[in-house]
Design a protein around this ligand. Sequence first.
Ligand SMILES: Cc1cc2ncn([C@H]3O[C@H](COP(=O)(O)O)[C@@H](O)[C@H]3O)c2cc1C
Ligand SMILES: O=C(O)c1cccnc1
Length: 348
Amino acid sequence: MHALIAQIKPVDSASGDRARAYLDTLTKPPGSLGMLEQLAIQLSEISGELASSITPPGVVVFAADHGVAAEGVSAFPQAVTAQMVANFAHGGAAINVFARQINAHLEVVDVGVVSDVEAPGVIVDKTRRASGNIATENAMYPEEAQAAIEAGIRAVERARKAGCRSVIIGEMGIANTTASSAMLAAFTGTAVEEVVGAGTGLNSQQQTHKVSVIERALAARDYEADKPLSVLAALGGLEIAAMAGAYLAAAAYRLPAVVDGFIATVAALTACRICPAVRGYLVFGHRSEEPGHGVALEALEAKPLLALGMRLGEGSGAALAFPLLQAANAMMAEMATFASAGIADKAP
Ligand SMILES: Cc1cc2ncn([C@H]3O[C@H](COP(=O)(O)O)[C@@H](O)[C@H]3O)c2cc1C
Ligand SMILES: O=C(O)c1cccnc1
């Protein structure tokens, strides 16, 4: 992990400047393609070129269980995590459908599901079976947090070996909005009720209970808010750690990483707290309905591409945003310039 982090370089801002200047030579009023222009600039900063291939994307879905599920903080039982892993393996989940639409290479990695899922293609890279119940104990030891981060790094290294030129990181883990809300409150000092939402579908009374469980965890756990590994170990989850590792690896290998919803953004914030240069490699796919997502996005000064009223996870919102990255690249590669098309570029 430390060797990989030492490899991370800030994105190439000179390349971004070249892209910005080139955009104004294309046959359109300056700035008229809005966020797509910002996206093209960011992709140039990442690749060091005006346009470069980002396909195929690698979708990695990390799955793990959470001891805090025992506190009744999710509308669904813990067993759904393993059942959804089998669903991913058989191609039936939302992320499978959206990954097929963008011709992605998809891998499911079990980094901490309680049961073993007998399904084709699932990579088993477990650090432990489920994190501890954060209301009563630490989620994991710091060494386990590091091991799960390394599982995330390995997954991106496999995607890269398989030829992927960008990554979309997703997750599955019943009760992981509870862990994510706890981490976000710890990182930002935001009041717990502002970072808690319905998750899979809690009613308002159940959400009040979820707030009290998280407040209990924050009061009882020992962590240092400015030490991301300590927050991860005290309050996080194995798939959240692996996702943070995946963002670190994407930055180290200069691959654009599309960030999904609430859980993914908390993992991305963790990676950026570990190494701030990661931020330049992150493209934010969508704004989730989960209220904490706005807080996490603000902490990263991030403006997501889409807002579709989604609150699923799995990497679904990031996969749906991916065609916009392709459009930004294609615009740079294929649009005519004022000079090449013989169009007047200014009013006389
Ligand atoms: C069938 C099903 C499929 C899912 N796919 C993603 N999640 C999402 O819901 C979970 C987080 O919500 P909470 O904290 O309320 O448990 C995560 O597993 C997340 O990926 C799902 C949840 C369910 C039930
Ligand atoms: O935004 C998300 O990623 C999310 C929201 C609710 C439930 N699962 C995931």
